[in-house]
Design a protein around this ligand. Structure first.
Ligand SMILES: N[C@@H](CCC(=O)N[C@@H](CS)C(=O)NCC(=O)O)C(=O)O
Length: 208
């Protein structure tokens, strides 16, 4: 049995839970992070010295970093699955979105998410938030342009790239205060992805 450490409202935990759903994997989840604490206690830090969530425990194997975890789950439990396609070109193309999400998208969207969802209206810095939102908009324009003529980000089927980018798109589309430009390709793709059971079960609920 897999164990996933991390609170269910963390986007990085959600990616892992959704991946388990796509692969039909059973798991136990243990709340950790923010109000649940535990992630800075010695036994947690022994598993994951970063003190961040999620952490995956699979028997005597322990892994942290959400995108590494979902790659591992696909390779270990569904090596032939289209979720993480085996062909080097399509796999590398999917991987770039996973890398981009952590290197570029998440650092840009995090202040917007925290500013609108985890900061009271009275404490928000409107100018700072508008500037941050405009940076994120530039990134979603990149995705929108890439999706033209495509049903999925890479290849002909849903992959980890779609899963990861959609988990962040949920935040972009879910923050009511954001003034979003029309990005029709992104919206078309996102609406399709929202039909997936794993999205509905783990990602669709209210942003907190
Ligand atoms: N790059 C890491 C980021 C991990 C991360 O920053 N997780 C956040 C939650 S999304 C966290 O641990 N926050 C501290 C907390 O919840 O207490 C990953 O993808 O796993």
């Amino acid at each position: 049995m897999l164990t996933i450490w991390g609170r269910a409202n963390s986007v990085n935990v959600q990616k892992v839970l959704w991946c388990c759903e796509e692969l039909g994997l059973a798991y136990d989840r243990i709340d950790a992070g923010l109000q649940f604490g535990r992630n800075n206690e010695p036994d947690y830090l022994a598993m994951n010295p970063t003190g961040r969530i999620p952490t995956l425990v699979d028997g005597d194997f322990v892994l942290w970093e959400s995108n590494s975890i979902i790659r591992y789950l696909a390779m270990q439990y569904a090596p032939d699955s289209a979720l993480y396609p085996a062909g080097p070109k399509v796999r590398a193309s999917a991987d770039r979105w996973l890398d981009w999400s952590l290197s570029t998208l998440q650092p840009a969207e995090r202040p917007v998410f925290w500013g609108y969802i985890r900061t009271s209206a009275a404490d928000r810095d409107a100018a700072q938030l508008a500037a941050a939102a405009s940076e994120v908009e530039k990134l979603w324009r990149v995705v929108d342009a890439h999706l033209k003529g495509r049903d999925y980000l890479e290849g002909d089927t849903f992959t980890l790239a779609d899963l990861v980018i959609a988990a962040y798109a949920r935040r972009w589309f879910g923050i009511a205060e954001l003034v979003r430009p029309a990005l029709p390709e992104l919206e078309r793709w996102y609406v399709g992805i929202t039909q997936r059971a794993g999205f509905q079960r783990y990602v669709s609920h209210a942003l907190t």
